[in-house]
Write a protein that binds this ligand. Structure first.
Ligand code: MN
Length: 232
């Protein structure tokens, strides 16, 4: 093999509950506007909502240990926003996966936060321009420890919530997802081949806020786990 001109970036790895082995992150995909009230607050019509995806760079993932960690306030925004989400991690590769087989491809689940530069998103959406730079930036994907489905099963209900400085901003239930986890996996795999280590954000409920340096964000998905970060 030829020598590399620059050192290759090692993968970000995520902790797995009950194991010393870690998951190397392959890619990060995110479902958009997948809760009724959030689709409305973003100006969408939940009845006509198509399941769509955007992505985040694999190296934007911040592995958040139990007990929490600091996440730096990003450059380029004055309206950073938090989205608490259930994420799933693919454990078995596949494309054009049928909904009925979708759960077989999932290794596990975690609580995660989709950090968003909301001012950039609003500006670009108004002009019908791609809003990648609102969603894909350094440290934009804090993800907690992964809970294997072999331990917790495949959650289809459970409170999803997040508090900022102790005040609840988002409070819903994952049973309110417009498109369920199996439908997300099926649809996403109709676009791309899913591989072990792919992390898939499933969408956020309503209540997105604007967060600042020093804010403490603590949230979770009941039956899955919690996540805590401090914006530094
Ligand atoms: Mn999101």
């Amino acid at each position: 093999m030829a020598a590399l001109m620059f050192p290759a970036t090692p993968p970000v790895t995520l902790a797995v509950a009950g194991s010393d082995a870690r998951i190397p992150v392959h890619r990060v995909y995110c479902a958009g506007q997948n809760y009724v009230a959030h689709a409305r607050e973003m100006g969408g019509d939940p009845d006509k909502q198509e399941l769509f995806f955007f992505d985040k760079p694999a190296d934007s993932v911040v592995p958040v240990p139990n007990g929490g960690c600091a996440v730096p306030y990003p450059i380029g925004t004055e309206a950073l926003s938090q989205e608490i989400e259930l994420v799933l991690v693919i454990g078995k590769e596949g494309e054009n996966i049928a909904e009925a087989q979708a759960l077989d491809h999932i290794f596990g689940y975690a609580a995660a936060i989709d950090l968003t530069r909301r001012d950039i998103q609003s500006r670009l959406k108004k002009m019908s321009l791609a809003y990648d730079m609102a969603k894909a930036f350094d440290n934009c994907a804090p993800v907690a420890e992964i809970q294997p489905a072999a331990r917790i099963g495949h959650p289809s209900r459970g409170r999803i919530w997040i508090a900022v400085n102790g005040k609840i901003l988002q409070d819903s239930d994952i049973s309110d997802l417009i498109y369920s986890v199996p439908r997300i996996v099926a649809k996403l795999s109709s676009y791309v081949r899913l591989r072990p280590g792919d992390v898939v954000y499933t969408g956020t409920p309503s209540g997105i806020g604007v967060i600042k340096r020093g804010d403490v964000l603590e949230g979770g998905v009941d039956g899955v786990g919690t996540i805590k970060i401090t914006i530094s």
